[in-house]
Design a protein around this ligand. Sequence first.
Ligand SMILES: Cc1ncc(COP(=O)(O)O)c(C=O)c1O
Length: 376
Amino acid sequence: MSAMPTKAAMTVPLLDLKAQYADIRRDVDEAVKRVMESTRFIGGPEVSGLEEEVARYSQCAHGVGVASGTDALLLGLRALGVGPGDEVITSAYSFFASAGTIANNGATPVFVDIDPRTYNLDPHRLEAAFTPRTKAVVAVSLYGQCCDMTAIKAICDKRRVWLIEDAAQSIGSEWEGKRSGSTADFGCFSFFPSKNLGGAGDGGMVVTQDAERAERVRLLREHGAKPKYHHSIVGTNSRLDALQAAILRVKLKHLDRWSEGRARNAALYDQMFEGTKVGRPWKDPRARHIYNQYVIRIPDRDDLKQFLADRGIGTEVYYPVPLHLQKCFATLGYRDGDMPHSEAAARETLALPIYPELAEDQIRYVATTVREHKDQ
Ligand SMILES: Cc1ncc(COP(=O)(O)O)c(C=O)c1O
């Protein structure tokens, strides 16, 4: 008789949005019904309400809802006048949009390596990347931990260039008590469903302290029209719809509870990996970490990923190819070895399930299984 494959003791998906929905179903369903009955699908009180609430939550004066986190970056950069001939500095290790939006505005991305402990842009390497063409810096606060906004902002102020925080993964995170998005010229959020504040589809928001800059993004998201049918600039259609806004307003009320749940789960993982060879995420004492991802570091990453999948555990690699080595940026002339910390992170990191509804025995199962892999 052939050996039966071992059955997983339990399954733990990377993310379980059904568990989240079960918890808030009544309020979400009511919000959807409210919008359907109002038939205010574009703009209106749900969108302006969410804009005010997210701005307040993020210690910002203004919020402008847009169609996605990508559009928040795209229109934010455009509102700052970034275009052909400009260079924009960003992290070599992020989701593609951090750099793709620079290129889509006709500018050139310039990459800087990360701090290997936080995976965020290393401020010590930033100044060396400046040239007379540098127009802006896009600082990415990866995995839910703010980058060193104090140091990065001081450099941008000194050099007189714009600063955008790609806060797609870090809403509610803090650096020295200041909320993610609040210290840059623009903060850009994503409401992609897997984010800590995720909608039922795409969505995003630009936050800022400056009324004029907010107005510029507002104009750009509506084809540059003000008043209607009078176009002072060429914009696009990038609106956040009212259904998304209504759902996100329900979820915003739970965001701190969820982020605290994620931090609690992270603390249990940390404890279970203590004294093992598993590289744990490093939390900077100056930051509030919201753990959009819990990312471990392991030399034999791909093998571990498969080992966990075989035992019912979902994981993901964020991200397998650093931005400077993406094929579409080959003409920029970067080579393997240029950004050693980003390249090592792309080889060795793995995100484990961290969502707030995880039960303690699920976390223990994941951590124990990781430790069993080649006796970590
Ligand atoms: C760091 C980062 N920047 C930008 C984005 C783009 O956001 P969206 O998917 O909402 O367009 C994401 C989303 O995955 C992200 O993680």
